[in-house]
Design a binder for this molecule. Sequence first.
Ligand code: CA
Length: 376
Amino acid sequence: MKRRAFISKAGIGLAAGAVAAPAIAQQSPTINWRLTSSFPKSLDTIFGAADMISKRVSDITEGKFQIRVFAAGEIVPAFSAVDAVQNGTVECCHTAPYYFIGKDPAFAFGTAVPFGLNGRMQNAWRYYGGGNEAMAALYKDYGMVSFPAGNTGAQMGGWFRKEIKSVADLKGLKFRVGGFAGQVLAKLGVVPQALPGGEIYQALERGTLDAAEWVGPYDDEKLGFNKVAKYYYYPGWWEGGPELSLFVNDKKWAELPKHYQAALEAACAEANVHMQAKYDALNPGALRKLVGGGTQLRAFPPAVIEACQKAAAELYTETSAKSAHFKRIYEGWAKFRADQYLWWQVAENTYDNIMVRQMRGAGGGGAPKAAPAKKG
Ligand code: CA
């Protein structure tokens, strides 16, 4: 009896030992994913964020979890990224959710809506203002989970061949513009065009477009828009803090070991910070270069901004009646936006304005010059 008990115990011990090694190996399996980006490789900022995510995930998992990044058009076109994730062609994509407002207008909140949040507020909303939960309920219908994975900060209003002096100048204007803004501008006579970043230059050069916006000085200079349009307008009131997302097929996400999920989520959060930081660091130099090369900076006239604000408010009411997701997200989001600007006008905005005045006084303001002169 005793001997038998011993053998059987040893047997159990042995069996436990025998499964231990493969179990450890199983905890860190080799996994190869494909990521389709909606952006061209030439843009180290916005395309670079996906590269950063891929590299970080590989480093954290000692090379076991590989995500190969493909530029727009290599596997699927820029605007098919979500379909590719949904149908499992790729496991994930890096994109601007507002490219998919044709599926549901509520996708706009995942990037930016006109007169919406700035970049800081967008993060506050996503991480701590109920935004992640609000968007998750939409994305669930498409079999995806999402993570904030980049922000450009407030964008420029884009490149125009002719000056925009009044609302009337918008009539008939063929304008490449991102996301929901096209529907706002259409109310004022603009003919909005949706085009991926990599296809804008040619269309502007050929005259298929009268005007085009992309992001800001660094990217725009790289894409060469200054060569075909003279007037560079600001701000891009439709993109005060547009966010990029990593969308992951939810079944593929569920199959990942927990620590791979953590690695991917952390890499996205890191990319979210770095993309903004990179744009902020690179934009001033690019703007100087553009202005030095003859680009004319223009602010949108107040009357144009006011007309667009009115059109946007109408559009939100109309869209809320059409999309349950839009209505649901808009209600919470609008309250959050009101609170954010209540706070912003006290410290943040006041501080920034003090500093802008100080820098102008020091000779660094107005149209960007070669270098801010020293005071006195
Ligand atoms: Ca844009």
